[in-house]
Unconditional design. Structure first.
Length: 341
């Protein structure tokens, strides 16, 4: 079976994707620098799939290290590139760190892929490239808006780097996946999201509040023009998201792609408000969540959810899991993290 490199394979989305790749029989090599992940995740993946993926600790900013890695693994058929820094706020304070981390690593990998007789490449991008879209749901043709942060800009520039490279490299096939809001964890609770410090994202903040690590969830604004006044997002179960990567990779490996650079939105197509996410949590956990409404968070867009037609009809993938299932798995994982401390 084909050998696939997964960069950032011990991270949140990366680890779930490695599980789905191994479930489909792929041979996986993980590269991760452990800067925002734990080596224990390898055990979780192994326990779920009964197979230990190959692992190499490598900082992809080390160009020579990347060259050495590819020289050792000349049989790599595809790369799923998750490794990146992803904290929006931090990127505003440390722009060079973000541009270097997220773009130099991408360039070094693409340079190696150019040398191969044939290569498939999947890139983690984000719905953040659309900003506040003029029309909802958001299709892949919606204009890319001026990035709100250096982090967002690295995704936009990253997409352009891949597009420019594909134009002149017929042996390279690439797909960019624009994620909406990934949440939840594997149903086994053996892997999940491990935010470092105070979570910035809604769902880990909810589960950490419910478990007693945080006192109260602040709901940022209830005066938006939505049905309950709170912001709308498209929350997608990470297992559904992970499976989309396997489908996208298969499309490239089997030469089913329509062109050598394609873009797909990955979302459920359904928008949920912050309060609906809180209600879903309360429903599946049987716990009341301590929250209060506070002022708006700077930079938040009002509403974003995906038009899933292209992913459904062209990629041939659709989500199978509900918001409640995602919230149940997130809660199970939070309890597991607490009990293993
Ligand atoms: C969701 C909603 C908040 C925390 C994400 C990623 C970001 C980027 C885009 C990555 C919003 C509200 C949150 C809290 C709250 N993509 N909220 N209280 O803003 O969509 O950004 O997608 O590639 O990196 O973070 O997600 O989870 O931060 O917020 O009320 O304590 O929850 O205002 O409406 P967002 P989020």
């Amino acid at each position: 079976m084909d050998k696939i490199l997964v960069t950032g394979g011990l991270g949140f989305i990366g680890s779930h994707t490695v599980v789905e790749l191994q479930n489909e029989g792929y041979e996986v090599v993980i590269v991760d620098d452990l800067s925002n992940s734990s080596i224990d995740v390898l055990d979780g993946i192994t326990a779920i799939t009964d197979k230990k993926p190959l692992f190499e600790k490598l900082d992809l900013k080390d160009k020579t290290g990347v060259e050495r890695f590819f020289a050792k693994h000349q049989d790599i058929k595809g790369v799923i590139h998750f490794a990146a820094s992803k904290a929006v706020g931090e990127s505003v304070n440390e722009p060079l760190l973000y541009y270097e981390n997220n773009l130099s690593t991408l360039i070094y990998i693409l340079k190696e892929l150019k040398k191969l007789p044939e290569a498939s490449f999947i890139f983690s991008s984000s719905c953040t490239v659309y900003g506040q879209a003029d029309e909802l749901p958001i299709t892949e043709n919606a204009p890319v808006k001026q990035a709100e942060s250096p982090y967002g800009n690295t995704k936009q520039i990253g997409e352009e780097i891949i597009g420019d490279t594909c134009k002149v490299t017929p042996t390279l096939k690439a797909i960019t996946l624009r994620y909406f809001n990934p949440i939840g964890s594997h149903e086994s609770a053996k892997i999940g999201e491990l935010p470092i410090g105070v979570p910035q994202n809604l769902v880990p903040f909810i589960t950490q509040t419910a478990i007693g690590l945080r006192e109260q969830l602040s709901v940022f604004g209830d005066d938006y023009p939505t049905h309950d006044g709170t912001c709308i997002r498209d929350y997608i179960h990470v297992v559904d998201l992970a499976k989309a990567h396997v489908v996208a990779l298969g499309r490239l490996l089997k030469n089913k792609n329509g062109s050598n650079y394609e873009t797909f939105n990955l979302g459920t197509g359904k928008g949920s408000t912050v309060l609906e996410v809180v209600q879903s949590f309360e429903r599946v956990s049987g716990k009341k969540l301590n929250y209060k409404i506070v002022g708006r968070r700077e930079g938040d867009i009002i509403s974003a959810y995906a038009d899933t037609n292209k992913a459904n009809n062209v990629l041939g993938w659709k989500t199978q899991l509900s918001l409640d299932e995602a919230m149940r798995s997130a809660w199970l994982w939070e309890q597991k993290v607490k009990s293993s401390k």
